[in-house]
Design a protein around this ligand. Structure first.
Ligand code: ATP
Ligand code: MG
Length: 555
């Protein structure tokens, strides 16, 4: 058993618990689960839980099931069931066996409820929800016992059967556990186990009109599947008492190796809302283009933006697992993607805000093909061909008529600059439109400077990127930035007022001709501009900006 303990790998408090449990012989193997509610798309917070659950199982050569926690048919949809599976797979994880649904266990939940009723541990309660709220008491005051608490077992069995058969109205009554109305844990004050809902369920259609509550269903689902360590976020800390109570009072599940719940702190990210309800609001109020808007913290949004599975897994590793509530700096997520793309992304050139350059001493109608490295630090990635000719595009930001100061390293009149992967050019004059904006810069090039690096004795300070104009391909650049201007947008109910007005800007420019073949979602570094990927929803050539080359948010 000790051979299973991954003692060398970096640890966390959950692994410490698992190691102890394995050593003590409490469990022979490790089983976790990822239990999303299919009521929205997965977000980066879920990715933390996915990496923890699937990652821990992988580490111990155990199992991790994907279980849809589908006990609330009103809010759920198969669209979400499908997107969640796709997102988990895309992150690089596979679940053990078939996809599970809590609804697979509706019979078991029902039998368990009947067992509790038979043991005098559950009763049908007809208090209205308002009355039940008053009876529950407060954190300072104990609750009051329901007048239905002492209904005889036989009568409760009959009433519960009537609930199940649809003979009682929605909201008329609920099944409650009989625990302790004076408990200091509110969740132990005779919590609801089952309620009536006349809703068609996406998996079980109209088979059931009673649905179990999360606290009742979750622990039984874990026990049925053989989960050993049930990992959830801190807000369920109190509910652990109920988790244990339910399993301890059911004959089939009250065993030494029954599952136990452990809580870790959820991921909160600056400048990001994370609750599915708020994300849904953004989608419904059309503040974003959909769940996969590249500014959304959803897995599908991050994917469309150009994040890679490796970067998200790396981010999960960097934030680690603890019980301390905190807010993570978005720069950390951006560092994870930048570090990944710096190594893997092929280099290319794209001009986002083009102005024309005419090389007056270059032959007309002649195009030459130059070679440029696909990755400057990785020769093994080979070379690409780039075109050079008389007409080029450079970025508007790379030209000033008069250099603003001695440190200026771009193109200015009577100044030299090196074109990346090509020649040194010198600007002689420019043309402007009626608004005073430069339209064309006339230059000469030095044919002797090809392929020589900036230390070829020419004292050329700057290097700018370009594309050859007649062969370049037009492309749209989506320049995304953080969706919110406020570091903690979740605290506000008016999300619209906190949207960053510059979070989605676009520009039409030009890219190297080979980029017409760019695969969707594949990452590229447009040299000097940042990392981009081809949009997975557009037929035309659209590149989404994933992240800049450096962290410039606070500069
Ligand atoms: P939300 O509050 O965003 O609606 P949720 O907890 O209701 O999330 P579930 O579908 O129930 O969403 O979550 C599935 C799993 O993902 C749960 O185990 C939950 O604890 C975990 N999870 C959800 N949000 C986060 C987060 N921000 N950080 C870490 N784990 C999370
Ligand atoms: Mg939930």
């Amino acid at each position: 058993m000790n051979s299973q303990n991954p003692v060398e790998s970096p640890t966390n408090f959950i692994r410490n618990i698992i190691n102890k449990d394995l050593e003590a012989g409490k469990h022979q193997s490790v089983q976790t689960r990822f239990p999303p509610e299919p009521n929205g798309y997965l977000h980066i917070g879920h990715a933390k839980s996915i990496c923890l659950n699937f990652g821990t199982a992988e580490l111990y050569k155990g199992k991790c099931c994907l279980r849809f926690d589908d006990t609330n048919p009103a809010k759920e949809d198969v669209e979400y069931v499908e997107s969640i599976q796709e997102d988990v797979k895309w992150l690089g994880f596979g679940w053990s066996g078939a996809v599970r649904y809590s609804s697979n266990y509706f019979e078991t939940f029902h039998q368990s409820a009947v067992e509790l009723i038979s043991k005098g541990l559950a009763y049908v309660c007809f208090l209205s929800s308002e009355e039940a709220r008053v009876y529950r008491g407060t954190l300072k005051e104990p609750g009051k016992e329901s007048p239905y608490r002492d209904t005889p077992v036989e009568k409760n069995l009959v009433l519960f059967e009537k609930m199940k058969k649809g003979e009682l109205k929605e909201g008329e009554c609920v099944l409650r556990a009989k625990i302790d109305m004076a408990s200091s844990f509110m969740c132990m004050r005779d919590p609801t186990l089952y309620r009536i809902r006349f809703e068609t369920h996406h998996q079980t259609a109209d088979d059931w009109c009673i649905y179990p509550m999360y606290d009742f269903a979750h622990c039984i689902g874990d026990a049925v599947e053989g989960v050993t360590h049930s990992l959830c976020t801190l807000e369920f800390q109190d509910n652990r008492r109920l988790y244990d109570w339910v399993l301890e009072h059911l004959n089939a599940f009250n065993k030494p190796d029954r599952p136990h719940q452990y809580e870790f702190s959820r991921l909160n990210l600056e400048y990001t809302v994370m609750s599915k309800r708020k994300l849904q609001t953004l989608v419904e109020d059309k503040l974003v283009s959909g769940w996969d808007d590249p500014r959304m913290p959803t897995i599908s949004g991050l994917r469309r933006r150009g994040y890679t599975p490796a970067s998200i897994r790396d981010f999960a590793d960097r934030i680690g697992i603890s019980k301390v509530d905190s807010i993570t700096d978005v720069a950390l997520l951006e560092t994870s993607i930048r570090d990944d793309l710096n190594v893997v992304a092929p280099r290319t050139m794209g001009v986002i805000n083009p102005i024309k350059v005419i090389i007056e001493n270059y032959a007309e109608d002649s195009i030459e093909t130059l070679k440029a490295p696909i990755h400057p630090q990785n020769e093994g990635m080979g070379k690409r061909e780039i075109n050079f000719g008389r007409e080029l595009y450079i970025d508007r930001a790379d030209f000033e008529e008069v250099a603003p100061n001695g440190k200026y390293k771009r193109l200015a009149l009577n100044k030299e600059v090196r074109l990346r992967n090509a020649y040194v050019i010198n600007a002689s004059r420019c043309e402007k439109d009626s608004n005073g904006n430069t339209t064309t810069v006339y230059c000469t090039y030095d044919a002797d400077t090809l392929g020589k690096n900036p230390s070829d004795g020419r004292k050329v300070k700057g290097v700018i990127h370009f594309v050859e104009a007649t062969t370049a391909v037009e492309a749209k650049f989506m320049l995304y930035d953080r969706l919110f201007i406020d570091a903690n947008p979740g605290k506000s109910d008016n999300l619209e007022s906190l949207i960053n007005p510059n979070s989605c800007q676009s520009a039409t420019g030009f890219v190297e001709p080979s980029m017409i073949e760019a695969e969707v979602e594949a990452a590229y570094q447009f040299e000097r501009e940042g990392y981009f990927c081809r949009d997975n929803q557009s037929d035309s050539l659209v590149f989404n900006k994933t992240v800049g080359l450096r962290d410039t948010w606070n500069q």
